[in-house]
Ligand binder design. Structure first.
Ligand code: PMT
Length: 402
């Protein structure tokens, strides 16, 4: 495995696991990477810059530096220089700073300036690792597309035993290698992802919609992007914090708008993933003014919405691959398979509202994936980013043009 020519910023923060960053630096350098180390001030209590500078063959940076014009801008240059920003170990403190845009040292400023992907390897005590605020911060970083290298379980510096140990440097090296390798997987591929709910207006202030948060779609968009794809998102209204500028992003409201945005680009796409929860019906008419409360009942006439996946399935070109989702509450497998063929999908991802840990809003999902050529697999309950990886693995197996 070679990292020849790859430029990596290695951030080191205050944690007992900082001693492992020396070994990690050595492994990265031996693999051919150029490594620029940035330490937080508290990391200096755990390992010396001299050790890391010697191993990385570069001066270690801790503070903002003035250039010859007197301007403090090394964080911007560093952010543009790197192919990967890796922070190992990252403490709960720095995780909170990254998640909330705090910028009080060179490492946090470089994080905000970095245009490259970010990978973090948390290290802390087991109770800290389970704390809801830490979990919320990690989820937030995950939704920004940052890759999180889950802490490993074992004996901790506190003497307690549990999850919180920084991933071993050898395993981090594997993940770094995989990251660079996977960037080739979907190189030059264009991927459309519909996501989120649609909102169908009743009058200027009311609409009909559903509970989709867009989390599954964002996880897919991030995973495709990390694998080198050019990702086109057509999203219904969502309130997630997403780094939209990683993608070609179009915000829409109604099914009609989603259809016309998707149709416009469909012919250029290699892969289309229909993760949106599209309203099947919309009010026949949108009242021009707010409907006043008058009678004891209100009857709305609804008409069928365009079925985006079905319509685009009819014009699917040879070589294009369509992936559908099915959200079911009964006869799950049967209904999902019927949609697989009716909508001309190459594969369909079934998530059932009956399974705990699956479906709308949650950070996790549990899916069954059916291929049009036969064969299926089922997942355990897992984070939506892991489910996205599984879906992409199945996409790689699907024969194109079927
Ligand atoms: O967004 P989250 O909160 O993370 O939740 C994720 C999810 C549950 C919304 C997602 O995983 C999911 O299942 N999306 C599809 C939900 C759905 O509308 O399923 P469906 O069985 O009604 O539709 C089948 C397929 O046709 C889907 O690919 C859907 O995008 C597509 N469709 C449906 C109706 C329509 N008018 N146009 C469509 O394109």
């Amino acid at each position: 495995m070679s990292l020849q020519g790859k430029r990596i910023i290695l951030g080191v923060t205050g944690s007992i696991a900082a001693y492992k960053s020396a070994h990690l630096t050595r492994l990265l350098i031996k693999s051919g990477a150029e490594v620029q180390i940035i330490m937080s001030a508290s990391a200096l209590d755990f390992i010396t810059p001299l050790t890391l500078a010697t191993l990385s063959k570069r001066p270690v940076l801790v503070q903002f530096q003035k250039d010859e014009t007197g301007v403090w801008n090394n964080h911007v240059e560093l952010g543009l220089w790197a192919d990967l920003f890796l922070v190992a170990p990252i403490s709960a403190n720095t995780i909170a700073k990254f998640a909330n845009g705090l910028c009080d040292n060179l490492l946090t400023a470089t994080y905000l300036s970095a245009r490259c992907p970010v990978m973090i390897a948390p290290a802390m005590d087991l109770d800290m690792y389970q704390h809801p605020s830490l979990i919320a911060n990690l989820n937030r970083l995950n939704s920004f597309g940052n890759m999180i290298l889950d802490a490993e379980s074992g004996e901790l510096a506190s003497g307690l035993s549990g999850q919180g140990r920084m991933m071993e440097p050898e395993n981090i090296l594997i993940r770094v290698n995989n990251f660079f390798k996977q960037k080739e997987d979907f190189k030059n591929k264009k991927v459309l992802i519909t996501m989120g709910p649609t909102q169908e207006a009743i009058d200027p202030v009311r609409f009909i919609s559903n509970h989709s948060s867009g989390k599954m779609g964002v996880a897919l968009a991030n995973a495709f992007k990390d694998k080198g794809a050019e990702v086109f998102v057509v999203s219904g209204p969502i309130s997630l914090e997403v780094e939209r500028n990683r993608f070609h992003w179009t915000d829409v409201r109604s099914a009609k708008e989603m259809y016309s945005a998707a149709l416009k680009i469909h012919s250029m796409m290699d892969i289309c993933v229909f993760a949106a929860a599209v309203a099947d019906y919309a009010p026949a008419e949108i009242a021009p003014e707010k409907i006043k409360k008058s009678d004891s009942e209100l009857t709305l006439k609804m008409v069928k919405n365009v079925d985006i996946a079905f319509e685009l399935g009819k014009i699917k070109k040879p070589g294009q691959l369509h992936v559908g989702f099915a959200l079911e509450t009964e006869n799950e497998a049967e209904n999902a398979k019927a949609k697989l063929y009716k909508k001309n999908f190459n594969l369909i991802v079934l998530n059932s509202m009956k399974e705990s840990g699956a479906g709308f809003q949650l950070d996790t999902n549990k899916v069954h994936i059916y291929q049009s050529i036969g064969g299926s697999i089922s997942s355990e309950v897992a984070d939506k980013s892991k489910i996205a990886e599984l879906i992409i693995d199945q996409i790689k197996l699907a024969p194109i043009g079927v």
